[in-house]
Design a protein around this ligand. Structure first.
Ligand SMILES: Cc1cc2nc3c(=O)[nH]c(=O)nc-3n(C[C@H](O)[C@H](O)[C@H](O)COP(=O)(O)OP(=O)(O)OC[C@H]3O[C@@H](n4cnc5c(N)ncnc54)[C@H](O)[C@@H]3O)c2cc1C
Length: 467
């Protein structure tokens, strides 16, 4: 592998405009790390591309030598797919540019952008691109997997708002995919992850929005069950303007948290209303009637504040492990199991994240894009978050144990962006009836599975021993 990396380095270094970083060289250590501290790998070469021709050259050189290649935008893959041991990382962090056309409500986003850079550029024109809830997440990985966030019910998934992709495919050519050019690839890229090439630019639709109403509250352990029952019924009728997320967790020790709740199991509700604030208040008040009055707050906040308010809860370098799934409905047994599990959470930051999809995302036909299930409204993400390697076993086994208990009540399916690296066997489950079409597109554009560090869809011609 070392020789192969040296070969790639030699073939690249004269014409490469970006940075080529090898172990021991300045900048390598910083460039090596990714967000999940559980994944500490040592690539033989990091090719930090400056432009599309750098990406083409890197893909060409790597495929000629056959070295394992990872692609990185924001490095937030929970599974750690954006790095590797011994191989090459194509790092897009120098390719961060957002061009907005306010009249056309369009933007062009290059492949290394973080969500925050998109929000900063689009808000100057009073516009938004619907994406995720933490601004340091990479846009490419998020959009390619689907992309859910505060605005999903109102404007659809991130991938539903993409009108065109430009990518470098495994044969190093630049290909465009939109409704007219390569429509099969366009279909597959909307939910299919990093399987098809290095996306260097997304053309996206934008929507007018600059502020929202945010309401938050905590429900103590004794009220969690009633809250979840109320939530499941409330969301079934709720207008598209409402998004209500619930985290089951141990309450933090912050000064806004009532003293007697700190460190105790709670349900933490966060709601937003994207319409006229006056019209939204009755909805938010009804929802928060289940929270302790001294923990409740509601205010109008700017879209930028909304998009950055969770940033410090998920710092890079901590240890994270996740398992995720869908429910068609939350039955009483499932609620009981979740409530019982909260009392045994091994880390203060670990949580059961619950979101209700529906809305604009569910109004798109199931097979219109590759994205997994749009119909199961309840998305659950079990996310362990801790700091010491000595606590790895406790945290991972807590997640696996709870997942195992809840699994019988789940609908088959999983959102690929909420998967761990040990779940490759669930990838067909993520795509279900879309799987064969995914395999066909993959076989056409990446027949040798050059792009395989992802929730992988193996091309048809490969046998198990090639993988
Ligand atoms: C703190 C945090 C918050 C999150 N919040 C949300 C959320 O609100 N909503 C949501 O839907 N998801 C969320 N996620 C999950 C997130 O969508 C995925 O982790 C996503 O993969 C992150 O993208 P990235 O570009 O940072 O990842 P990377 O680690 O850089 O890449 C992830 C995958 O995408 C591939 N990839 C990256 N860039 C490209 C490219 N340009 N072309 C082709 N393939 C590429 C990589 O090879 C890899 O397989 C969150 C994750 C974290 C860590």
């Amino acid at each position: 592998m070392v020789e192969a990396c040296e070969e790639v380095y030699s073939s690249l270094h004269r014409r490469f405009k970006g940075d080529l970083l090898r172990p021991g060289e300045g900048g390598y250590e910083d460039a090596r790390s990714i967000w999940n501290g559980m994944v500490a790998r040592t690539p033989g070469l990091i090719a930090r591309c400056a432009d599309v021709s750098d990406v083409q050259n890197a893909v060409r050189a790597a495929s000629e030598t056959g070295i394992l290649t990872a692609v990185r935008c924001g490095g937030h893959s929970l599974a750690g797919f954006s790095t590797c041991d011994g191989g090459m990382v194509i790092d897009l962090s120098r390719m961060r540019n957002v061009t907005v056309d306010p009249e056309a409500c369009r933007a062009w986003i290059t492949g290394g952008c973080l969500l925050g850079s998109i929000d900063t550029a689009t808000q100057k024109a009073g516009l938004v691109f619907p994406s995720g809830v933490v601004s340091h997440t990479g846009a490419s990985g998020l959009i390619l997997g689907g992309g859910t966030g505060w605005l999903t019910r109102r404007f659809g998934l991130s991938c539903d708002n993409v009108e065109g992709f430009t990518l470098v495919t495994a044969d190093s050519s630049v290909v465009r995919a939109n409704s007219r050019e390569n429509p099969d690839l366009f279909w597959a890229l909307r939910g299919g992850g990093g399987n098809f090439g290095v996306v260097t630019e997304f053309e996206v639709k934008l929507h007018p929005l600059t502020s929202v109403v945010l309401a938050e509250g905590l429900s103590p352990e004794a009220d969690i069950r009633r809250l979840l029952e109320c939530w499941r019924d409330f969301m079934a009728e709720a207008p598209l303007d409402v998004k209500w997320n619930i985290d089951l967790r141990l309450a933090p020790h912050g000064k806004r948290v009532p003293v007697e709740l700190r460190g105790r199991p709670v349900a933490s509700s966060s709601l937003i209303w994207t319409g006229d604030p006056e019209a939204g208040l009755p909805y938010l008040e009804r929802a928060l009637s289940m929270s302790r009055p001294d923990s409740v707050s509601s205010k109008i906040i700017s879209f930028m504040n909304l998009q950055t308010m969770a940033d410090s809860d998920f710092p890079p370098g901590r240890r994270y492990y996740t398992k995720s799934g869908y429910f068609t409905s939350l039955d009483d047994n499932t609620i009981d199991r979740m409530v019982a599990a909260v009392a045994t959470i091994p880390s203060l930051e670990t949580q059961i994240e619950l979101a209700y999809l529906g809305g604009a995302a569910a109004q798109i036909a199931p097979n219109a894009t590759a994205f997994g299930d749009r119909s199961a409204p309840f998305i659950m993400n079990l996310l362990a978050n801790w700091s010491e390697a000595s606590a790895d076993a406790d945290n991972i086994s807590w997640i696996r144990g709870l997942f195992h208990k809840l699994r019988p009540a789940m609908k088959p399916g999983v959102y690929i962006n909420f998967m761990s690296g040990d779940e490759q066997d669930r990838v067909p489950e993520a795509y279900q009836e879309r799987w064969d079409r995914m395999v066909a597109v993959k076989s056409h554009y990446d027949p040798s599975n050059f792009f395989r560090l992802n929730q992988n869809v193996p091309p048809r011609r490969l046998t198990a021993k090639d993988l």
